[in-house]
Structure formats: structure tokens, C-alpha cells
Ligand binder design. Structure first.
Ligand SMILES: [Zn+2]
Ligand SMILES: [Zn+2]
Length: 121
């Protein structure tokens, strides 16, 4: 009974099925949708996803970010932030990722009075 404690999910709806019997040939019927699922908990090979699928998705996401034009950059948002110069209760702000990801994000605040400053997260 090596598979005790492992979880098996319905391949159709994702419902958690009753405990694994540890027998690959056993059929686990889903209470929700009635789909008959093979007890695959003891043969993890069948659940392994393609190793290339995630990195390529990440790459295309990164290239999409890099092809953003000036017009695509989000408009300044308004935040409750008191301007140290004129005391206004609201300031516009936007964030910018500088250099590599582990450099953190810089938040730029700007006020109608012309005062602006930035904070590094
Ligand atoms: Zn199901
Ligand atoms: Zn101000």
C-alpha cells in the first residue's frame, strides 16, 4: 500500500476523488461528474507535463512585455499620498522595474504642484 495518503483528482472536473487504493488498474468514479478515472497516483509518469511547455510560455510573455510601446504604458494612477511640498492629499504615481527583477521596483510620485519623488521598494 505505497500510495496511502496520495491524492487523485478527476481528470474531467478536477474533483478530489476518494482515496487511492494504490492499484493502477482500479477505477475511481467521480462523485461530481461521474467520470471514471484510473487510479494514477502510483504511476506518476502519466501526470508529468512537457518540460518545454512552461519555459516557452514564459519566453513569449517576456517578449510581449519588451515590445510594449510608449503608448501601451499605463496611465498614472492616483494614490492617497500627502505631497510633502504643498500638502495635497492625492498624488499621481507609477511604478517602474529597474534593471533586473531582484533590483526591486521604483515607485514615482508626482504632484500637481510639480513636486515629484521616488521610492525604491
Ligand atoms: Zn469529475
Ligand atoms: Zn504638491
Amino acid at each position: 500500500m505505497a500510495a496511502i495518503g496520495s491524492l487523485v483528482f478527476c481528470t474531467d472536473c478536477g474533483n478530489l476523488l476518494d482515496g487511492s487504493s494504490g492499484d493502477e488498474k482500479a477505477i475511481l468514479r467521480c462523485d461530481v461528474c461521474g467520470t471514471e478515472n484510473r487510479d494514477i497516483s502510483s504511476s506518476a509518469i502519466t501526470t508529468r507535463s512537457k518540460p518545454t511547455s512552461f519555459p516557452s510560455a514564459l519566453r513569449s510573455k517576456l517578449s510581449a512585455v519588451q515590445t510594449l510601446t510608449e503608448d501601451d504604458v499605463q496611465k498614472d494612477a492616483v494614490i492617497r499620498q500627502t505631497c510633502p511640498n504643498c500638502g495635497s492629499k492625492e498624488m499621481r504615481y507609477y511604478t517602474q522595474q529597474l534593471r533586473s527583477a531582484d533590483e526591486g521596483t521604483t515607485v514615482f510620485y508626482s504632484c500637481d504642484c510639480g513636486h515629484r519623488f521616488s521610492i525604491n521598494n
